[in-house]
Design a protein around this ligand. Sequence first.
Ligand code: ADP
Ligand code: ZN
Length: 361
Amino acid sequence: MAEMLMVQLAERSYPIHFSAELRQEIRAELEAFGRSGRKVAVVTDSNIAAQQAQTLEEIAAGAPTLVFPPGESTKSLESLGRVLDFLAERHLDRSSALVAVGGGVIGDLAGFAAASYLRGIGYYQVPTTLLAMVDSSVGGKTGINLKAGKNLAGAFHQPRGVFIATKLLATLPAREFAAGMAEVIKYGLLGDAELFDQLEHSPLTLASSELPAVIRRCCAIKARIVEADERELAKEGGRALLNLGHTFGHAIEQATGYRRFLHGEAVAIGLASAARLSQLLGYLTAADVARVDAVLTAHALPTRLTSALPVAELMAAMTRDKKMRSGMPRFVILTRFGESVTRDGILPTLVEAIWRQVGAL
Ligand code: ADP
Ligand code: ZN
């Protein structure tokens, strides 16, 4: 049975549908489009086209489909141009919609194309990675990378609907599944102590019967946060809480040229770091920090930098963070498991101490 969760954003509200398989639901939605003479186009990547060929065929049902090479380099200005030209060549109009079938890369790219084509058309998200299911497909952040950095061009553009079909994860590489788990653990830490406990007592795998419910739970947390602060404008807390572990994580990704760690892996080390910072500020105990490390480890995620990186390089990467406010970036701190706050004005010496704790030189 398909379940549904609404993201309540007034006229931009939309449903997130959950089930093992959702091909029929997606078809029904898109066929309704066709019946009223409106067009759809599909964007995906070649891994999904190869490994989920049948699902893709059923979703697209003959609609024009644009297939990109897999990987972060697809989130480029050039790809954006290709999607926009593709839509124009196929005569999609303002009543048309785009369907993104893929991970965060395809979702961000297709979402941004939908945001800018004819000043904005509708789009649907069909996430195929765990990370996209719990995070990037919900909330309307779209964008591409520029030469100068990641996600430097983009738009807030909420989808018309999100279809989360957990069976699509069957072909996802194990390392990608683990990377998505970093975001799941993040949700437990920042807003759902019960979820954290559950992950602590029985680590989640692709085969877990709880997997769909856990994904739903993460989407519910994200939906509530996005509803309260759609554009991340809250003076404190709000959508920025979703950045738990990311201030450290983004610095790690940058300092390693986005090659050594997957995003989720860098976030895992970031969560271990954020837990340590929370301890240093007097909120968590050493035993709490050990629990965070253990949950990450149980989900095949790193908690330390695997090869030594200079503290100075990580600090430099941090101050280039897009979310920086007056000199040092804003951090998300755990006040306890399941409760987090944003914090400005953390002293650089404290942050340096944390970097050393997680293995920087
Ligand atoms: P993310 O969702 O983590 O941002 P990507 O969009 O880069 O990541 O997807 C990660 C990798 O997994 C890519 O190589 C992509 O082609 C591949 N991939 C995505 N979904 C699936 C799937 N369901 N089965 C197999 N491979 C997939
Ligand atoms: Zn993330």
